[in-house]
Design a protein around this ligand. Sequence first.
Ligand code: SF4
Ligand code: SF4
Length: 437
Amino acid sequence: MRLHGVRVPHRKNTAKMSPVRIPIPETVTIPMLMHIGKPAKVVVKKGDTVKVGQLIGEADGMLSSDVHASVSGTVLKIEQRLASGGQKVDCVTIRSDGKQELCEQISPPEVTDYKSFVNALKHSGIVGLGGAGFPTFVKLSVRDLSKIEAVIINAAECEPYITSDTRTIIDQKHSVLRGIEALQKYMNVKRFIVGIEKNKGEAIAVFRRIAARTKGVEIKVLPSIYPQGGEKVLIYHILKRIVPKKGHPLDVGAIVLNVTTLANIADFLQTGVPLVEKCITVDGSAIKNPQNVIAPIGTSLQYLAESAGGFRQEPAKVLYGGPMMGISVPSLEEPVLKNTNAVIYLNEKDASPPRTTPCISCGECIRHCPFRLDPREICRSYQRRDTEALAHLQVDICMECGCCSYVCPANRPLVQTNKLAKLLLRDARNQKKEAES
Ligand code: SF4
Ligand code: SF4
């Protein structure tokens, strides 16, 4: 794997803006699925009084995550809503009492060793905050700690617009440092390598100061090329090791942790307050005053935009995340999720899809794919519903970075087709398994 990717406009309009805490909304709607894995099970009922940080959804099984109230108030309703992955999930709507009273049971967890560290994180509700949403306690549950040669701190933030990680580094530098110290102490991690793009001067300076006073911290300043922050891409550019196609970072001795996740781990260990609010970049051509805000999880995207100064134009498209990997939301009533690091509101002009023309077989999509996949062939195989060919083309390792779509001169919707092709292949494999069992 060599460096493939694209140079995208950075549009880091909010990089110098510390986040502003928005007023508490009247209601929040908190889904039980904001992570990879099984949805949490609702443990409150309509009419219950809840306080900030109180458990409202209990992790269901090994790969799941606790969910907590982000405001104090009364449970207004529990209903099923369609999540961005297409499945229906329980959502708890809480009417705020405006008091933001903290749940009395919250206190810093007692952590003395690795076992109690992981156990504490189980109750933190923390998931991968770079966008992946993988439960953090699962990622850090490692059978053999000696296998961890390095923890890579992902501070690349390569997507256009998004600056919430950058602000975390600058504004919560002490939390970042405490996060490193916690992993050194409880997981015996000897080597931390910060992967950060060179366009983040102030954040790089923060890490240089941390490295000067903390043994084992190295900084790798990387070119600003998208998708530098992709887990496997980052590992390759830092360790020069290739994660096996269907393997995990630990197969090459690494754990990759998003920098905001690390800061949240430290804050949780210090206070015991679980993940109930997020720093979010609010930007895009439809937004009047782009800025970073801190919002309770469950805040509606309409309220989020209004609290951040409102719209310059009616948004025609709204994205969870950046324009390359972001997920389009169906309505402004959708809530801020645990892994929402940005919400981008685009006007009609920026939202209109470009005119698509036939493929000219230029091969640009292959040349710019970080994994050298062949999106053109994937597209053809998908149109034939040829799952054998899709398996052969390894569509399942596509990270949906969007580089292929970005460079295609014919404006083919390649990443969208890849997503559909992955689902088709997954369904075919499940059907085969069922038939064999
Ligand atoms: S970049 Fe677009 S036009 Fe070129 S080969 Fe790929 S799909 Fe075809
Ligand atoms: S095929 Fe997948 S991994 Fe490759 S560039 Fe396209 S979206 Fe990215």
